[in-house]
Design a protein around this ligand. Structure first.
Ligand code: ADP
Ligand code: MG
Length: 240
């Protein structure tokens, strides 16, 4: 579904992604791990066309989305992205946050968009929060609403960037449970995480980024349990 080939991205002449290759199959869950600054967020942002790449190709469903002639909005309609800081609009209710893009971008009518939003909220146990404003919700609830908002666009692919990093430890579980449910539903996901337990639990494949490249990848038990590359071993030793 997603192919990155020879992707290069520089900031101020410094390569952040260097000849990076990554493929993601439909229904696959891929976890990106690596030291802070290794390029995980940049890669996700490039896939969502929030950054322009300097070389290489990114294909989604066989279409070259890195072609500068491609309309980024049209691509982003197929991708849901969730960030570390939930980025909900504080002046809009939960329901309005979720229905904004479906109504404006997908041109769904209000009743239809709201019915879908209420259905999604009910499925994640937040039915009673539809009319609340974000500041009335816990961090975990806000992040779950942010995930629901991304799902409301019926994306083909979800990109999750350290979505539990800003949460108090006791709120992490409810967000991770939601990601597990998405996986069970067959959602294709690429997630950057520093939670190795979560990567082991939810990912079909773990990719270790170092120096702007994927230098090791494989099933979680292999990459996290018996890494081959010295750099991967060093990274895992440091964080455990
Ligand atoms: P990670 O998510 O793995 O921690 P990032 O992708 O955020 O890594 O960052 C990779 C490198 O790119 C870092 O050195 C960071 O400072 C740099 N970087 C990211 N975004 C920008 C930007 N907009 N301008 C300049 N440098 C950036
Ligand atoms: Mg990051």
């Amino acid at each position: 579904m997603l192919t990155c080939r020879g992707v290069r991205k520089e900031f101020g002449g410094q390569p952040v992604l260097a000849d990076l290759d990554l493929t993601v199959a439909e229904h696959e869950v891929v976890a990106l791990i690596g030291a802070s600054g290794s390029g995980k967020s940049t890669l996700l942002r490039c896939v969502n066309l929030l950054e322009e790449i300097d070389d290489g190709v990114i294909e989604l469903d066989g279409e070259d989305i890195s072609d500068p002639r491609v309309d980024p909005d049209r691509v982003r309609r197929r991708i849901g992205m969730v960030f570390q800081s939930y980025n909900l609009f504080p002046h809009l209710s939960v329901l309005a946050n979720i229905t904004l893009a479906p109504r404006r971008v997908h041109r769904r009518d209000r009743a239809e968009a709201e019915a879908q939003a209420r259905d999604l909220l009910a499925r994640v146990g937040l039915a009673d929060k539809a009319d609340a404003y974000p500041d009335r919700l816990s961090g975990g609830q806000q992040q779950r609403v942010a995930i629901v908002r991304a799902l409301a666009n019926s994306p083909r692919l979800m990109l999750l960037d350290e979505i539990t990093s800003a949460l108090d430890p006791e709120l992490v579980g409810e967000v991770l449970a939601m990601v597990r449910d998405l996986k069970a539903d067959g959602m294709t996901m690429v997630l950057a995480t520093h939670e190795m337990g979560f990567a082991r639990d939810v990912a079909d494949r773990v990719c270790f980024l170092d120096g702007g490249r994927v230098i090791e990848q494989g099933p979680p038990e292999q990459v996290l349990g018996e890494p081959v590359q010295p750099r991967t071993r060093q990274f895992l030793r440091r964080i455990i």
